[in-house]
Design a binder for this molecule. Structure first.
Ligand code: HAM
Length: 429
């Protein structure tokens, strides 16, 4: 017997029981973004490897260790996208969407791929909803991005479980000065650094700040602070952002160690974190990347954005018991028919109901079956009502309407009155 095949580790099926919650979440975000004037863009899942190396940075965990890279039949090196910003910038440049300084407010949704060690909330295929804005350089738009996520947490009922961490990485010029000071400080103490940090010292010293090793963190306590090196422009940008968050009543925590794992950031960086999901507590993260478009071959174009992890937010909704009751029901009405003549009538009756009540979730029994077995299927579908159409009902041009979730009696309803009666019943349900 051949071995049954399984999905790849860290890549999950999202089963029918889970998809209603996913759709609820995705629809909520899409509606919210529509309301703020963001437009959807869809990029390919595969891009040239070079794109990610140049944007995310050669010396990052993602590019060094986590990409799914392969050669295609032409010998080109391609990579399954580990995130969406790089491809979005590529698309914006390729189609001139930000040309002439025009503003773009974009969003995307889809799977991303990183070869990380799978655990709760961390997968090798995961899904993000991302937002990117081009050609607005002030802190007002950074604030809008945070305000809209804050509104989303409110709509979903998870605001209390999330906190906002905020930092400014400054302009690249300010960061270069800071980098030199940090390298000088750490080089003098290199013998006390862990191996990873020592390697990063020469390749990407800011990432040392991110180290999880306690001895390294202790060493950093007296190290130069990035905040002291911020140039005037970055400082006033950051103050402008904080003033807007204060005005909007959004609490935040300043976290000078927040440097993010991708190299393209400048000025604002932020993360929404929760303590409800264990180690993988960041549900939404992003920041400003004013140098990225130019670095990718375009004209200087300010950019800012974020991405949220759908798996983590769905998990959070479940953990906090914030799954709305109405999304559990996927069928409103189940139509049972007995015998060929009734089945034929049921077909036209069902189509008429669909015309009359758009949005009605109506399941018509298929595959025949006895009265008992069809009603069992009706019950299992989760429907609120079973409609019964047998020989007798057919002759009288009525259906039996049987409530499945409460004690009411079965009633006989004339076909002409059915749509109106069902609408009324479902409205009250
Ligand atoms: P990121 O921090 O790498 O940023 O990912 C954003 C979010 O995606 C994370 O906060 C997390 O919720 C989710 N995520 C990341 N990796 C995994 C994983 N292995 N399993 C499950 N969820 C995951 C970016 O990707 C940037 N492109 C965000 C951005 C957009 N910055 C500016 N614009």
């Amino acid at each position: 017997m051949s071995k049954t095949l399984q999905a790849i580790r860290g890549m999950n099926d999202i089963l029918p029981e889970q998809t209603p919650l996913w759709r609820y979440f995705e629809d909520s975000v899409a509606r919210l973004l529509d309301g703020y004037g963001y437009r959807q863009i869809r990029m390919p899942i595969v891009e040239f490897t070079e794109l990610f190396k140049r944007s995310i940075g050669e010396v990052t965990d993602i590019v060094e260790k986590e990409m799914y890279t392969f050669e295609d039949r032409n010998g080109d090196s391609l990579t399954l996208r580990p995130e969406g910003t790089a491809a979005c910038v590529r698309a914006v440049l390729e189609h001139g969407l930000a040309g002439g300084g025009q503003t773009q407010k974009l969003w995307y949704i889809g799977p991303m791929f990183r070869h990380e060690r799978p655990q709760k909330g961390r997968y090798r295929q995961f899904h993000q909803i991302g937002v990117e804005v081009f050609n607005i350089d002030g802190p007002d738009i950074d604030a809008e991005l945070i305000v809209l996520t804050w509104r989303l947490w409110g709509l979903l009922g998870i605001r209390d479980a999330l906190s906002l961490e905020l930092n400014s990485l400054g302009t690249s010029a300010a960061r270069a000065v800071y980098r030199d000071a940090l390298v000088e400080y750490l080089t003098a103490r290199a013998d006390q650094l862990d191996e990873d940090s020592r390697r990063r010292l020469s390749s990407n010293p800011l990432r040392v700040l991110d180290s999880k090793v306690p001895e390294t963190q202790a060493l950093l306590a007296d190290a130069p602070k990035l905040a002291d090196y911020l140039d005037e422009e970055s400082r006033s940008h950051f103050e402008g952002l904080k003033a807007r968050l204060d005005a909007a009543g959004i609490p935040y925590v300043l976290n000078p160690k927040l440097v993010r794992g991708l190299d393209y950031y400048s000025k604002t960086v932020f993360e929404w974190v929760t303590d409800q999901l264990g180690a993988q507590g960041t549900v939404c993260a992003g920041g400003r990347y004013d140098g990225l478009v130019e670095q990718m071959g375009g004209k200087p174009t300010p950019g800012v954005g974020f991405a949220m992890g759908i798996e983590r937010l769905v998990l959070l909704l479940e953990t906090l018991d914030k799954v709305p009751a109405q999304i559990a029901r996927q069928v409103d009405v189940y139509l049972c028919a007995f015998g060929e003549p009734a089945e034929l009538a049921a077909l036209t009756l069902a189509e008429r109901l669909r015309d009359q009540l758009p949005g009605l979730r109506l399941q018509v029994n298929a595959g025949g079956g006895s009265f008992k077995s069809q009603l069992k299927k009706a019950d299992k579908s989760g429907a609120l009502y079973a409609l019964v159409l047998g020989e007798d009902e057919l002759a009288r041009q009525v259906v039996g309407c049987k409530p499945l979730r409460d004690q009411g009696d079965q009633q006989s309803i004339a076909w002409e009155a059915l749509a109106e009666r069902l609408a009324l019943c479902l409205e009250q349900a």
